[in-house]
Design a protein around this ligand. Structure first.
Ligand code: NAD
Length: 373
């Protein structure tokens, strides 16, 4: 994927959400426009309510007008949703659940990509030993998002004759579900160093035996040059804290990915730096996956509205959107490099400062913009 098409128009829906969402979104959009000027693409976007603000204004977390607007576009750039004001609502109406789950369903978002990035300059933020993270961390976790035990049927709890209760979850995977997420991991690995580790529990689970076989066959058929390995999930959890950089791209099923991607986030030190992408089954008008791009963290109510939030996760999410939904690899890398350069030259928001004076959200954006030049 390279930026071959100059003056490409990129169209996406902007859903800033609640808390720090609108603040960091504004900075990210400014940088996207600047990247467009430098790399020859134009941006067309429209803003729509989602989450708590949508509950207040329209009575629901994902109003039909927001969903319709997303359907008209090629991708969604999402902020984050929720906050204390809406915490007393019934679980089903909570902003996160009532907005993100229907969006995942509507756009059949089956592959979740969570880059685990820790720059060497920020290595003190990691809970891992300094010698383990002296070079930083750079791992990408690709998680299957719509299958496995979270969605498999039957799923039930019933009373037994002897008075106990019995709960059942079912873990199901289809060949096609494994193949399509493997394809995403192959694309990602080709853009990186070409090493792919598939994580499963093939010594115990039938679904994992199928997973391992399908991943192996798919890679052998479509990307024989990749260096493919397999690892049991319990070992992968240990290896991630022992030596994270032994991995380049990790590919795994839904529940294992839920746990491993959070482990990866913790060892990378700050939520304010971590982006994520969820890619859908449908192709957009560029023939690339429709995707939802969002920071890994939440709405950070403790610092919202104070110009204290770290905009990097939102900017890095925008970079993932350029890469995966618009094929603008060069522009994506230049945004990522600008964030790295701003950190390298000592610019830090409070969450990643280690004693040095910190800058605000807008100042961090300006520092990144000047590195983009
Ligand atoms: P959180 O991620 O919002 O905050 C946890 C800590 O990390 C806080 O100290 C916060 O200040 C800090 N933090 C997070 N992002 C930051 C950033 N960009 N810059 C600087 N510091 C940052 O998690 P929480 O406190 O558990 O949740 C707050 C609200 O966010 C809740 O309502 C929760 O439901 C919601 N939430 C939404 C999403 C989402 O929209 N995808 C994800 C997680 C949490």
């Amino acid at each position: 994927m390279t930026d071959t098409k100059k003056n490409t128009l990129i169209r996406f829906a902007t859903l800033p959400g609640d808390g720090i969402g609108p603040e960091v979104m504004e900075v990210a959009l400014g940088l996207l426009r600047k990247a467009g000027d430098l790399h020859g693409f134009r941006i067309e976007t429209s803003h729509h309510d989602v989450g708590g603000i949508a509950i207040d204004r329209h009575g629901e977390a994902l109003p039909p007008a927001t969903l319709d607007a997303c359907r008209q576009q090629d991708a969604i750039l999402f902020g984050s949703v929720g906050g204390p004001k809406w915490e007393s609502l019934p679980p089903k109406e909570q902003p996160e659940r009532a907005a993100l789950l229907p969006l995942r369903k509507a756009f059949r978002l089956y592959a979740n990509l969570r880059p685990g990035n820790l720059y060497p300059e920020l290595s003190d933020l990691s809970p891992l030993r300094p010698e383990t993270v002296a070079r930083g961390i750079d791992v990408l976790c690709v998680r299957e998002l719509t299958g496995g035990v979270y969605f498999g049927q039957p799923k039930s709890t019933k009373k037994l004759d002897d008075g106990q209760e019995e709960a059942i979850d079912t873990m199901v995977y289809l060949t096609s579900e494994i193949e399509r997420v493997t394809e995403v991991a192959i694309t990602a690995a080709k853009l990186r160093s070409g090493r792919l580790c598939s994580v499963d529990k093939a010594n115990v689970l039938e679904t994992s035996v199928l997973w391992r076989r399908v991943v192996s066959e798919k890679v052998a058929a479509e990307a024989p040059d990749l260096e493919l390995s397999h690892m049991y999930v319990d070992n992968a959890a240990m290896q991630l804290v022992r030596d994270p950089n032994q991995f380049d791209v990790l590919l795994t099923e839904n529940m294992f990915g839920d746990i491993l991607s959070d482990e990866l986030a913790v060892i990378c030190g700050s939520l304010g730096m971590l982006a994520s992408a969820s890619l859908g089954a449908d192709k957009n008008s560029h023939g690339l996956p429709y995707g939802l791009y969002e920071p890994a963290g939440g709405t950070a109510p403790d610092i919202a509205g104070k110009n204290l939030a770290n905009p990097c996760a939102q900017i890095l999410s925008a970079a993932l959107m350029l890469r995966y939904s618009f094929g603008l690899e060069e522009a994506a890398s230049s945004l990522e490099n600008a964030v790295k350069a701003a950190i390298r030259t000592g610019h830090r928001t409070g969450d990643v400062s280690q004693g040095e004076p910190s800058v605000g959200t807008t100042e961090m954006g300006e520092a990144i913009a000047s590195c983009l030049e």
